[in-house]
Ligand binder design. Structure first.
Ligand code: SF4
Length: 426
């Protein structure tokens, strides 16, 4: 595709410091103002190529559209030309800033140009926050409102960069261990839960505790105690290093063994093969976990498990919603942070079903190359990712061409958990 480039005298409306390239989030032309919603992608792409990039608002002249010379240095803004540019079809707005970096600029600009096209965006539903995450965030907000900052939280309250940054900005202090909380102070336990050793340490230090452990995780803790109490080996299916698994395993440490996948099952050694129960991390992939349980059942025919599935409703619903849109999607983008297990599983599900998919913590993570052949993009969000992030992703795609947005609803969630109390631990 040949993409016309509109250039003109560019006047930055912000200090550009040592920047080599100016990527405007908004261009003011004589004929009007054009927002540049995809500018963060360009800025990030140029940074990855080693350029120093500034962003902000620029004033641009009104020269005629032309093609970008190879040596051009400029402010860049990918966009679908509207009235201000006066160019039918896709266009890139460019203005001068400084000399150098022609190759890097041209390469990124050309990647951006190839990503410009009309698109269909399919939003999956349900997506984003679950009841356990909402409850945990409310617990921190309530503590901040009632006690004022700082409020200490053990570990990330939920696994999401935006949630953590927002709460930290309002006075939450995230600590790895209780020894970092002042003696007698208030601490909030995260939605993923804690092992009993952490509760014991909170008692020793006379801490007041708000336990934001998700009730569905607490249910698994109770099952671990019950299964171990009747003399079973508890096989816990999940990631060894995940906070939830560490918490659940701690409930019956001597009786628990952890398996991560079906491959781990063959090497399991248990004291009595007739007395084995299984439990799962709440956010696993439904299909993969079924394979592990099948492998366990083959090795231990008397295997027992929880009355109802431990994979929680939110993980199950988000996976089903993604499964429903994948046949129509060229690409799946999952809003979520790298340490969010349920978000990662949505990406892995798409890969298993043959659709390209990427985890996107911030809009800037999107690469133009992903979008080149993607006429239909499905968007979803893991249970810990804020709903606004999906809207921002859709907005960025709208900066690369006209989009039609459709939502596919596969389930309606109404569950809401009550707030946890503040308590000294006895
Ligand atoms: S994903 Fe499920 S288990 Fe985890 S916090 Fe949400 S509702 Fe609770």
């Amino acid at each position: 595709m040949t993409v016309p480039i509109r250039t003109g005298k560019v006047v930055p409306l912000f200090p550009v410091g040592g920047a080599e390239v100016l990527v405007p989030r908004e261009i003011r032309w004589p004929g009007g103002t054009e927002p540049c919603p995809a500018a963060p992608l360009l800025a990030a792409g140029l940074r990855r190529r080693g350029l120093r990039v500034a962003d902000g608002i620029v004033l641009a002249g009104s020269g005629p559209p032309r093609h970008l010379p190879p040596h051009e240095r400029a402010a860049l803004a990918p966009g679908w030309a509207g009235a201000p540019l006066g160019v039918p079809g896709p266009a890139l707005a460019v203005g001068h800033l400084c000399k150098g970096h022609g190759e890097a600029m041209r390469a990124e600009l050309s990647a951006a140009a190839r990503a410009l096209r009309p698109r269909r965006v399919l939003l999956t539903a349900p997506r984003s926050f679950c009841a356990g995450v909402e409850r945990a965030i409310r617990a921190v907000e309530r503590a901040l409102a009632e006690h004022g900052p700082p409020v200490h939280v053990r570990k990330q309250i939920v696994h999401n960069t935006h949630v953590i940054e927002d709460l930290a900005g309002r006075g939450a202090v995230f600590v790895d261990e209780l020894d970092d909380v002042p003696e007698g102070g208030l601490v909030i336990f995260s939605a993923h839960g804690v092992p009993p050793s952490v509760r014991a340490r909170a008692r020793e230090r006379s801490l007041r505790v708000v336990d934001a452990t998700c009730p569905l995780v607490s249910k698994v803790h109770a099952e671990a105690r019950r299964f171990a109490g009747r003399g079973d080996t508890v096989v816990l299916i999940g990631r060894r290093d995940h906070e939830e698994v560490i918490g659940t395993a701690g409930e019956a440490a001597a009786a628990t063994v952890i398996v991560e996948d079906a491959g781990d099952v063959a090497s399991l050694r248990v004291p009595d093969p007739r007395r084995v129960s299984y439990l799962t991390q709440t956010t696993l992939a439904v299909d993969e976990t079924a394979d592990v349980i099948d492998a366990l059942r083959k090795r231990f025919p008397a295997l027992r498990g929880p009355r109802s599935d431990d994979i929680c409703y939110a993980a199950t619903n988000r996976q089903a919603a993604v499964r429903a849109v994948l046949p129509d999607a060229d690409l799946l983008l999952v809003a979520g942070s790298p340490n969010s297990a349920n978000s990662r599983h949505l990406v892995e599900l798409a890969h298993r079903l043959g659709t390209p998919a990427h985890l996107v913590d911030r809009c800037e993570d999107i690469r133009f190359s992903w979008l080149r052949d993607a006429a239909t993009v499905a968007l979803t969000a893991g249970a810990s990712a804020p709903p606004g992030l999906v809207e921002r992703l859709a907005g960025v795609l709208g900066g690369l061409g006209p989009v039609t947005v459709t939502e596919r609803v596969t389930a309606v969630e109404t569950l809401r958990f009550g707030d946890p109390a503040t308590a000294g631990l006895s």
